[in-house]
Write a new protein. Sequence first.
Lengths: 164, 290, 847
Amino acid sequence: MAEPDVVHSIEFTLNGERHEATVSSRQLLVFFIRDVLGLKGTHIGCDTGSCGACSVIVDGKLIKSCMMLAPQADGTEIETVEGIAQNGELSVVQRAFHEEHGLQCGYCTPGLVMAATFLLRRNPDPTEEEIRRAIRGNICRCTGYVNIINSIQRAAGADSREAA
Amino acid sequence: MLLEKVAYARPDTVAGALQALASSDGAAPLAGGQSLVNVLKHRVASLDLLVDISRLDELRGVSSGADGSLEIGACVTYDELDHSEQVRSAQPLLADVAGHIEDQQIRDRGTIGGNCCLSDPTNNLPPLLVALGATMVVQSAAGQRDVAAEDFFHGYFSTAVGEGELLRCVRIPPLSAGSGAGYSTIAVGADSKAIARAAAVVRGNGTIDDARVVLACVAPIPTRHAGMESALRGASMSAESARTAAHEIGAETQPFGDAHGSADYRREMARVVAERAVMQAIADGGGDRG
Amino acid sequence: MTTSASGTDTLPAPLAESATAPAETELRTGSVGISVPRREDRRLLQGQGEFADDVWMHRQGYAQFVRSPHGHARIVSLDPRPALALEGVYAVLTGEEAKEMCQVPFFQIAPEPASRIEEYPLAVDKVRYHGDAVAVVLAETREIARDAADLVDVQYEPLPAVLDTVGAADPDAPLLHEQVGTNVAWHGNYDWGDIDWALENADHVVELDRLHFHRFSSTPLECNAAVVHWDQGTDTIRVSSNNQMPMFASMVVGPTIGVASNRLMFSSQDIGGAFGIKIGSYPQIAALALLSRKAGRPAKWTEYRTEHMLSAGHGNERVFLDTKVAVMKDGTILGFKTRAFDDAGAYLHYEPLGAVIWSQVCCGCYRLKHIQVDYTETMTNKCPTVPNRGYSRLQHLWLIERIVDVVAHELGFDPVELRKRNYVGPDDYPYETPNGCVYDSGDLPRSLDMALELLDAEGWRARQRELEHGSGKRIGIGIGSTLDSGTNNFGQARIINPDLPFSGNGEAAYVKLDLYGEVTVNLGTTPQGQSHETTAAQVVADVLGMPPDQVHVTAGFNQQQNTYVAFSGTYASQFAVTGLGAAKGAAEKLRAEIVEIGAFALGAQPGEIEVRDGACIVAGDEERMIPFIGIANMIYANNAVLPGELRDRISLNCRHVYVPPFEVPDPESKTGNLTLTYASQIHACVVELDEHTGEVAILDYVAVDDCGTRINPKIVEGQVHGATMLGIGAALYEAFEYDDEGQLQQASFYDYHAITALDAPHVKTGEIESPSPFTPNGAKGMGEGGGAPLHAICSAIQDALGPKDAIVSDSHNPWERVWRLIHSGERGEPRGVRVSGGSAAAGDSGR
């Protein structure tokens, strides 16, 4: 007879809202986000923490949610792609991806939106090399990265125009 | 992809963590998880209890001495190493190496402790720490003990940290006057898994007084090459010396072969990276290190 | 890029900037030709896409396959009971049970004897590759299913593994499928012209011992996934998956599991890349259907990356032995002969169609007249081959580019001049190839010139010459010419097996006015990033004279509501022709119906009616107009106002199947018109080799494409970028290799290095538009690309090697291989090439 999974109570903030939940100790954060919280925007593309499709921001840091356990989310602030647009208004990063054709199938896109959002918070005026380094953890098989880099450069430029 | 059943605990103190670790054979520390979670996903090892130490403040600090020595908590992340002014000032090469480990997401969680304790021959920090003569501070319920980095790594995923223990911090002495450090990697792709790697520290002034040359990827653990070190001592601080000494790496070096490189290629590349690491150390030592 | 006063860019992106003057293209009205921004983006950017793993069904169980750890083994015993004993496990399906539940094994494309292969949804008696599925578990949670899979007790008796593509054909090799009696899935000799005559009369014969095109995959970021429900109530099977060729899947799965095609309901919405690999998921879907039936619940399957690498499907691996090339002293290449061995893996899933598909481009970009290919397809203990971006043509085009590159290198021809001398010329179109294919249009010499100019090839040559000996670096400049043949004639399957009742091609669409006059488009395609919603809207909008954002294209595919033909799906570089051809045809039919109703309503003649901005308007009399809502009203809700003749005939629901003008090819001579369109890509690149390590850095990269009319230039350019990067990845970083025991060495992204943004070079693009005379809109399919990076990088590495060094003979060139090539000359290793017949041509070698 199988032992039941060990569970933990956790509380966390998700896209600005406070939540409480009970999680199994062995559940990965990405499954918690997708299957339990029902947010399907965070994707799974691999099983070695290589592809970045599961990228979210936790306590202000860009992380791969498949490399974190759900109980480790206790006491944290989590941002997923669903929280990026505000009241249906796409963010500067999202608009830039749209304008530069920075997505094709869209599967890597949420992870890249998070990675680009994180980068520009930290480094509002990145060089091309810095952009490539910043998204090295996000694999895209459709775009060849060319328009993704163009998108992030456009977002950085738009950001600086808005700030000016 | 899906983990086996495992329990999870996040004690508030190091003492609590040690107690939890001692409570079972199958307990292990969980820091950033960037190595351990993959191990668990692929069910390569079975654990009963993951003891989350990633938020213990005692393990997360960076402090430096006036002499340029560093003490880095085991749970300091690669990104923190990259951006720490203290690390960059005292050991810029360490900051650079940490800042080029894989990708931003891994650097935001992966820790120096995890990189050392989940000992894999392709890991970035162990060979550098051995070259720098670091001291690994192991914490148990009984107290702390120092283990020289070159004695710390025992085999695949096996280190001097025993059951019921954890790595507390890494102490790195300052580079002595006339010393420089170097590091060279041949990897599958940019900032990716190493095929060959070497780290070196060279001290001298015109002539090489001392050299530490550490090869990674040629054995389960980072390994100093005594023959090359010996050939460097007394030689001139020059590229020629580096090249000649690298020829000491010969048939005694028996790397594994896999899809990314045959044993023969890895041996040849060990010479190349060792030479380059030494050359970089020589160039790096050119400045005043006080 | 324009900027509005508010400081944000809000206008659609302008046309892709390029080095070419667009003046050659026709003046277009409407939105075709404009880089209209994508409507797919809004949901995808916000994580609101509906991908296969996002689908959830009431009462579902989670499925986990149990897979063989061995490359080749007998299944001695399989006991599911320990798994069934785990709480939360709903059911386990074994291979024996699956076979019992099936009517017949999977349909085989191959003729005798390979048609005797008995493959069921799960392995029975034997496993034939590392990852072959032997059972599937259904459980309450993902974790329980995974745990239970480990508990299924399978005992194996390992057998010797057959891993050599060529050696597998030996009569003494261990057999994968005993009832077939051989590992040869197919063999045929393609022989056009007279190569023996050519070799005898040529001034030079260049012989290449062995060329190897490696096994890799485009590895879409989203793995396979499905929720399959055998609904006992309606006795239908709902398959919500990301299979990209659902009608092909239906036609194979249906007869095997005993379900009529109108009771198999495939649906998908967003697919996270496919590149051909997701054609191969039908066996898993069949297994899930049987599992669902057994358990009485929907079966939800998520394939994780390791499972995908092991079992989803790999691209073709091909070996070319004893290639002989006939060359005249002026550089004219008469032709070549070769012995090709293609590796189909352990089961034939779509193979051996690859054994004929390469012949769509039998002479590549060149006017070769004499071609002989002795083609053997073998089965080995490796993952089954599935179509992978560039399917089967890629391998052959690489062979031809290696031939041209090596001929230039060995005989001292300038690589640019040699190519131009042999290219199909701009005035040769339509050009009939030795096997009856017709190249529709193009301008290869101009494409090459453009590529070299964008690269600044002359500048790089100078830098190459200036590079010091002893610097430890070498620079090489390479060219890769390729074709992307699109819209294929499925009749070529008869060249493989004359009994196959397949021919032609087609795609279906319907365009309608909905209840309130909304223009709605519905396609038989399954887009995975190719922007069908946007481009179909553009085409339909132009026909109906309205802005594209007022045309609604249904997202995704649903067999219950979409229209389709057997060829429906998205694959093989054809959407721009077939899908958009169908959309255009349906829109034109709808327009004609709208005009008739509008004419009646406005009391005018049909010839006086203009259709624009969502209304019918009498020409020259703007007041006399009726909007689409009024047109729709008369058909849907108000039909008594219409005369009987109109009412009986007009539905405002117009279906069109675009059918390309094909005939059935001739299996005897193996000739025929096998593909409708031929896009081209000419790539040029500069590499820097590290002599000490073999590391390759790409210093400069240019891709020039010609795909005829560009419906949406930015989308086309995006496809070029993507194909380029996958090609570069395959050339330098990505390979599937098996060890001597048949264990896959790159079974996850930890070991299979998918190219990252930090590896990726900057890519410059240019384009030419040579409209196809054969297609409704002048466009050509172009998504696959043709693998030019593999050709170009091999060519560039070759250019950096010395005259005593070996030839680049493998499509995959990671650092160790390049290092060995660099030092092959000094080590006196065999070069792999021989030249006979007279002295090398005089003339500028370009070096």
